[in-house]
Design a protein around this ligand. Structure first.
Ligand code: MN
Length: 383
């Protein structure tokens, strides 16, 4: 294996070594993962040059000490924790891995990806497909802990003590909601692109080419997930171009790969109704009415809609437990590019009429073309 940060090594495993999982990547020898896409010596030289040019926070020597594995409290405090939002989706699972790789291997700064909850089934598929171990799930962050926040800037989606931590950077593609406080001036990059991984690709510049296959695979999966394979209206030409470049580098057929991703995302049979309602949801208030706006993107909407009666029953419990007035569940049919909104009561019936000019005669209403909570649902919500 090339010179590799032990923290990263824990996350990168040759996926062919995972028993019982899938076939090797096209054009890739199952037994020899080339993690850096270039010969180890070249990689080392490039790294040393980079590290020589710029003093790293933690020295090259220290990072490669055999003792580093037995990370002291001080070291673990210095290691930057990179994480996305709670209820992590693919972007909030994959982008921390991408950025932790960049910090470790290009910037020479010790970093580890973390999760703020169990990843969804598509994110879990990505981890397994590209041979990553699941990052550790953290409950909160310590005072002054170094962190980088990705794929959100919303304190409600972050650990309770986020403002006690030393937030060093934010990389995001959501609207600025306010409420985060930092210890000093920091790097903040929020761009109107479909995916955090696209922004990271751009921030890395020429160094993006150094991503090992697994990290490129994670970035590709994030972009295809957030864009619903370029179907979502949030998709920009640039997201598409970056995804196509990554897929070409990896020898991946995008439509075949996305079908595998969406099959994984659609496999929600093991989740309870309450888990489904919270899985991909954001709280949003309209004129004093608090909603939990839940979206389930699937290629098999019938699987979810068959459970609509118990889902609607459970909305009441989830709403009261979470301190909101109403849960809205949009079942997004990825292939047919439409959403079905569950209509349990007159409040939601009114929401459907005022927000989407949709007349809900029964307990569901189909909203043609609605795919994106960010671009089409939240901005239109009215009560
Ligand atoms: Mn995202």
């Amino acid at each position: 294996m090339p010179d590799c940060h032990p923290g990263l090594a824990r996350y990168i495993r040759d996926f062919a070594q995972q028993p019982g999982y899938g076939a090797p990547l096209p054009g890739r020898d199952a037994g020899t993962a080339d993690l850096f896409g270039q010969p180890p010596s070249e990689h080392n030289a490039a790294l040393q040059k980079l590290r020589g040019d710029k003093p790293a926070r933690q020295s090259y020597k220290a990072r490669n000490s055999p003792l580093f594995g037995l990370m002291s409290e001080q070291d673990s405090h210095m290691t930057i924790q990179v994480f996305g939002h709670k209820s992590p989706d693919t972007d909030s699972t994959g982008s921390p891995i991408v950025w932790a790789w960049y910090l470790n291997e290009v910037k020479g700064v010790s970093a580890e990806p973390k999760l703020l909850g169990e990843p969804n089934t598509e994110a879990a598929f990505m981890l397994q497909r590209w041979g990553f171990e699941k990052p550790a799930i953290i409950e909160d962050v310590a005072d002054d802990a170094a962190v980088v926040i990705v794929d959100t800037n919303n304190p409600a989606e972050l650990p309770a003590n986020i403002n006690g931590a030393d937030v060093q950077a934010i990389i995001d593609h959501h609207k600025l909601v306010g409420g985060l406080e930092t210890k000093g001036p920091i790097d903040i990059t929020i761009r109107p692109l479909a995916c955090t991984a696209t922004i990271m690709h751009d921030l890395m510049g020429d160094d993006a080419a150094k991503m090992p296959e697994a990290v490129k695979g994670a970035a590709l999966t994030c972009i295809l997930s957030d864009t619903l394979e370029f179907r979502s209206p949030t998709t920009t030409a640039h997201d598409k171009a970056v995804a196509e470049k990554l897929a070409a580098d990896l020898g991946i057929n995008i439509s075949e790969y996305a079908a595998e991703m969406f099959a994984a995302k659609s496999d929600v049979s093991s989740f309870s109704d309450a888990e489904l309602l919270r899985m991909d949801s954001k709280e949003y208030e309209v004129d004093g009415t608090k909603f939990r706006v839940s979206v389930l993107e699937t290629t098999a909407p019938a699987v979810v809609l068959d459970r609509k009666a118990s889902l609607m029953d459970t909305m009441t419990t989830v709403a009261s437990e979470d301190g909101v007035d109403q849960v809205l569940l949009f079942v997004v049919d990825i292939l047919n590019e439409e959403a079905t909104l569950l209509v349990p009561n007159d409040l939601v019936k009114t929401v459907a009429a005022k927000s989407f000019s949709a007349d809900a005669a029964g307990d569901t209403v189909v909203l043609p073309g609605i795919m994106s909570r960010k671009k089409q649902i939240i901005p239109n919500l009215k009560v």
